[in-house]
Design a protein around this ligand. Structure first.
Ligand code: KG4
Ligand code: ZN
Length: 335
């Protein structure tokens, strides 16, 4: 079964073709560069770029997959959460396409899409597992009973992990979005240079909070001269990253052990972080746990994960309704 996936919830325009929820035939991703001058995503600009690029990207995705629209069996698109204008571009395009070509249509929850990125790439993943979703908009620990059945264990009370990376990167003059740049810079720095707080690391629950840590970095930076900042930049980046990552890793491992789950998956843009990956590898060693993260391309927003999630939803529930609207604050259904 061939699924055409469409993702436009934020600043990536992406269309993909995925076979049986497991094999990616194409995954064309355009990361909009127009926002960097503004230091953040401008929703109106994002909508306009999606509008301009969605058709050529759709054509390229079919071409790269070597298929025609006739051969597509299902159309899936992100309905939320995300920015309403950008969401509407992809959702409306997908509904129009599916309706005109008489194909079934499935709306997809973007968070479930991130979660599905791991299922797409890890065929032997235990359907019952723990997932850590860490993106620019979310930081959540979710117990997955099976695809579609979730139990939210905890989430951030303020900033998402990716948001904290982006804000600190901005404070350090690394540009926007700065998560990946901060990660790169941190690779040459000393992680022990500053002992920044590990917010809520030892709290008994699975909640997170990153805005205080961002403030701690801001206060530290304020005291430095420009020269000091230049010489310490990599060390500060490494120290900040160590604090975020340690909280994420420690809480995930504790959740997996308490809930008796063997497999942990990580998804969302921050799953690309090199220190998050290496610390997980270091620390799961003493427990009987396995950790999985998607390939770098599937960590950040992309349509292959949306196609995969759409396919699994369709298997469970059949087609969705054409009248469905974009839902900017859509949540992951949990019990
Ligand atoms: O999943 P995503 O593409 O979009 C959302 O759904 O939010 O995640 C984007 C986020 C941004 O905050 C970006 O800075 C962060 O993921 N990110 C990283 C890295 N690569 C992307 N954060 C830390 N280290 C990275 N290597
Ligand atoms: Zn995302």
């Amino acid at each position: 079964m061939l699924t055409l996936g469409i993702e436009t919830s934020c600043d990536e325009t992406s269309v993909a073709v995925v076979r049986d929820g497991l094999e990616t035939l194409s995954n064309v991703i355009l990361s909009q560069v127009e926002h960097s001058a503004f230091g953040g995503v401008v929703p109106e600009v994002a909508s306009r770029v999606h509008l301009k690029t969605i058709v050529p990207i759709y054509r390229q995705a079919l071409k790269e997959a070597g298929v025609t629209l006739d051969q597509i069996d299902l159309v899936a698109a992100t309905m939320g959460p995300g920015l309403v204008g950008p969401l509407l571009v992809g959702l409306t395009f997908a509904k129009g396409l599916a309706w005109a070509a008489s194909k079934p249509f499935v709306p997809v929850n973007h968070i479930e899409g991130h979660l599905a990125a791991n299922i797409l790439e890890t065929p032997d993943l235990d359907p019952r597992h723990l997932t850590l979703i860490v993106s620019g908009g979310h930081t959540m620990l979710v117990e997955v009973e099976e695809f579609g059945k979730y139990h939210l264990l905890g989430q951030t009370r303020d900033d998402a992990a990716g948001e904290a990376f982006d804000k600190v990167a901005k404070l350090m003059g690394l540009g926007y979005p700065g998560g990946a740049r901060l990660d790169k810079l941190a690779q040459t720095g000393n992680r022990k240079h500053v002992r920044f707080p590990r917010p809520m690391k030892s709290s008994g629950d699975f909640q997170f909070s990153f805005s205080g840590l961002k403030t701690a970095v801001a206060l530290y930076l304020e005291k430095l001269t420009e020269d000091e900042l230049e010489t310490q930049k990599a060390d500060i980046a490494a120290s900040f990253q160590e604090a975020v990552v340690e909280v994420l890793v420690e809480k995930s491992i504790r959740a997996a052990r308490e809930r008796r789950l063997r497999d942990i998956t990580i998804s969302g843009g921050v799953a690309a972080n090199s220190r998050l990956r290496s610390m997980f590898e270091e620390r799961i060693g003493r427990y009987n746990l396995r950790v999985f993260y998607p390939s770098l391309e599937l960590c950040t927003d992309n349509a292959a994960m949306i196609a995969a999630a759409g396919y699994y939803r369709f298997q469970k529930e059949g087609p969705g309704e054409f009248i469905v609207n974009a839902i900017p604050y859509l949540r992951l259904d949990s019990e």
